[in-house]
Each structure stands twice: as structure tokens, then as C-alpha cells.
Write a new protein. Structure first.
Length: 399
């Protein structure tokens, strides 16, 4: 049985600015547009700051053929220049291993293209859709699920037909939830993003909106007071951020996340389980507890999707199960994400859990707790019968 794990002392939220940019004045450093214009995005710029391994150098040379390379100055400052296996470095600096395709890896591991009734809109689940509004990000994660379209150098181009999407959504009254993603919509200007949110809010049956983003982590300077006030007009609006390692939660990121929360935006985190990054119970426990301190609820822990060239970053499913088992009971329930596999080919998210049910028949359920202690719970003689889809009347939703 898993033993208790001790929280690391590395719980502090520190600033790494200005780091490699010592001569940049604070007013420029804190300008998100300056951060974007000064991303490390070439081999020359990268080698001027850190010494690359031969695997990294070859990976950067090939990056323009698969997924572009770019890192914001803020995030780049988190990289340990002396450690090629640094968990921040592994996420954003290309390696030659990206050119190796395992037999089970595919360009579209989640089957999004086959569930796209309109260009740029994925409708896989009954009541919710994924709206791909851009193919650009602040920095590019080397395990990106959408590397076929993201960054402008992949195998495909993203052609989102906005007007057709709005028309589709108006006619599909079963859709109540729209997730805005890409790429990253937070790279848009306040006015452009406001325009998209306004059009969606005009559709009566869309109940709430979500934004999936890594910008508060890559580019916390983007989360201005004015931006948060704009978002506040469109509640209920939720945001899913993406943090994989506790060092990503800097003082600037914490401030950005708290600013969003203070303006009524509920925050959830989606991590990807990555080899050499967060495939360790100690690291994951530190991460989820720091997230709660930033007012972010750990939401999903994803098994790495079967995207081309990601084998060097993929762990076993058993590793993810072990991590969840090491968290359950040893930290608050709010801190425990749901471990999921996005079923290959478009099957959707499948929850993966440790085995807590040891036996189940018509009389009883035998279960174990996090300590390995065994308990029995009586089963009903007759299983209740539920309809597969339950649609309560609107007046009952808020009774």
C-alpha cells in the first residue's frame, strides 16, 4: 500500500524576472506585448542563453517542420541552464526524439477532425462543443495534442469559419456549454475576444462559457485588470489553465490567477502526465497544493495523448494510477485531479482510478480505503433503474 508522502519545502512563489533580460526596464517586462515580441524563437537566440545538447540542437533545427519553437521570456527564465533534463526545459525545448514516430502515434489522437461539423468546431459530446478560435500560442508545448494545426507549421491549417459556427450553434439547441480553445484565445486583444464572447452570449440556450488557456502561466502579464473586468461581463464563465510542474507557479502567475478569481472566474487546472516532469507523487503533491493556494482547483490529470513524436515524454498508465493513489487520503480531496485517458480516435475522456472496489454482488460491496483497510457496504436487493439521459425541467434546476 502507498505510504504517506511529505510535502517539499519548495512551496514558495518566487519571481525570476528579469533573469536573462537584466537590462529590460520593468514597464517593458510587464507589458505582455513586449513579452510576445521578444520570445526566444530561433536557434541563435536560444544558444545565446543556454548551452544545448546535441539532441536539443537537432530538435530545434527540425521544429519548423512539425511544431514551431517559441518561449516567452517569463517562462524561459524558469529553465535551469545547467540541467538538460530540467522539467521546464523538457516541456518547451524541442528534442530530436520528436522526429521518432511510434506505431501507435497519430496526427489527430483525439479524433477531433472526424467530429467537426463546421470548420473549427468540434462537437463530440451531446451538450457541449469545442470552438477552435486560433492556431497560435504564447509558447509551444512539445507534447501538443493539436500540433497538426497549431503554430502554423503543422501538417494541416486551421480554417475556422466563425459565422458558420455561430449559425450552427444557434440551430443546435442541445448545446449548452462552449469551450473556447485553439491555440490560445487569450492572445487576442480584449476587443476581439469580447466580440466572440458577445456573439456566443447572444445565443439563448448556451448556458455557460469556458476558456482553455496556458497564457496565465506562459504570459501572466496578459491578465490585466482591464482584461478581467471585460471577462466579468460574460458570467458564468469558467477558465481551465494548464500547469504541469510546481515551479511554473511563480509570484507573477499567482497574482494573475488571483486577479481572475477576484473577478469571479472559477479556475480549474489540467495537467498532462509527462516523463521527467511530473511523473512523481512528491512533485504532483507539491503542484496540487500550490494550485489550491492560487485558488485553482486541480481538475484533470491527462495521460499523454498519442501525438506524433511524444514517446520520450510518455509514462505508463500505471504511473498515473500510482500518483492518484499516493494523493488520495494524504491530501485534501479538492487537491486530487481526475486521471483520464482521452480515448484514441475520439472516444472522449475516460476516468482511470485505482481499484477501491474489491467485490460487488447483489448483497454487498467490499471496498478498501487509502490505508488498505477493508469495509463492507450493503447493496440494495434491486438495482435502481435510471434513464440513460435525464433532462430535468428548467424550473427544477435552481429549486
Amino acid at each position: 500500500m502507498t505510504e504517506s508522502i511529505v510535502v517539499s519545502n519548495d512551496q514558495q512563489f518566487t519571481s525570476h524576472a528579469p533573469g536573462y533580460w537584466p537590462d529590460v526596464p520593468a514597464e517593458l517586462w510587464n507589458d505582455w506585448k513586449w513579452q510576445l515580441k521578444n520570445r526566444v524563437a530561433t536557434l541563435e537566440a536560444l544558444e545565446s542563453k543556454i548551452q544545448l545538447t546535441k539532441e536539443e540542437r537537432a530538435g530545434v533545427l527540425l521544429a519548423g517542420k512539425k511544431l514551431a519553437f517559441a518561449v516567452t521570456p517569463h517562462f524561459f527564465n524558469l529553465i535551469d541552464p545547467e540541467d538538460p533534463e530540467d522539467p521546464i526545459r523538457r516541456q518547451v525545448i524541442p528534442r530530436i526524439e520528436e522526429s521518432v514516430r511510434a506505431p501507435w502515434e497519430v496526427a489527430d489522437p483525439c479524433g477531433e477532425d472526424s467530429h467537426m461539423p463546421v470548420r473549427g468546431l468540434v462537437h463530440r459530446y451531446p451538450d457541449r462543443v469545442l470552438f477552435l478560435v486560433t492556431d497560435r500560442c504564447a509558447s509551444y508545448c512539445r507534447y501538443c495534442t493539436r500540433s497538426r494545426v497549431v503554430s502554423g507549421v503543422g501538417e494541416q491549417e486551421l480554417h475556422t469559419d466563425f459565422e458558420e459556427i455561430y449559425s450552427y450553434l444557434r440551430s443546435h439547441t442541445e448545446v449548452r456549454d462552449v469551450l473556447i480553445s485553439g491555440g490560445d484565445a487569450l492572445l487576442f486583444s480584449d476587443d476581439k475576444l469580447k466580440g466572440i464572447l458577445t456573439r456566443l452570449r447572444e445565443i439563448p440556450h448556451i448556458e455557460f462559457l469556458r476558456i482553455g488557456t496556458r497564457v496565465p502561466i506562459f504570459l501572466p502579464q496578459r491578465i490585466t485588470e482591464e482584461f478581467c473586468q471585460m471577462l466579468q461581463q460574460f458570467h458564468p464563465l469558467w477558465m481551465s489553465v494548464h500547469v504541469n510542474h510546481p515551479r511554473e507557479l511563480t509570484a507573477e502567475v499567482k497574482a494573475a490567477l488571483e486577479r481572475l478569481a477576484n473577478h469571479g472566474v472559477p479556475l480549474g487546472n489540467q495537467s498532462v502526465l509527462l516523463k521527467g516532469v511530473n511523473d512523481d507523487p512528491q512533485v504532483m503533491k507539491t503542484l496540487v497544493q500550490k494550485l489550491l493556494r492560487c485558488r485553482v482547483r486541480p481538475y484533470y490529470l491527462y495521460q499523454c495523448d498519442l501525438i506524433y513524436g511524444s514517446s520520450h515524454l510518455r509514462t505508463s498508465v500505471a504511473t498515473g494510477i500510482d500518483i492518484i493513489e499516493a494523493l488520495r487520503g494524504y491530501t485534501t480531496g479538492y487537491a486530487i485531479p481526475q486521471f483520464v485517458i482521452d480515448a484514441p480516435g475520439g472516444g472522449g475522456k475516460v476516468p482511470i482510478n485505482p481499484d477501491y472496489v474489491l467485490f460487488h454482488d447483489q448483497d454487498k460491496v467490499v471496498i478498501r480505503n487509502y490505508e488498505g483497510k477493508i469495509f463492507e457496504y450493503p447493496e440494495l436487493a434491486e438495482k435502481p433503474k435510471f434513464q440513460r439521459v435525464i433532462e430535468p425541467a428548467d424550473e427544477l434546476l435552481f429549486s
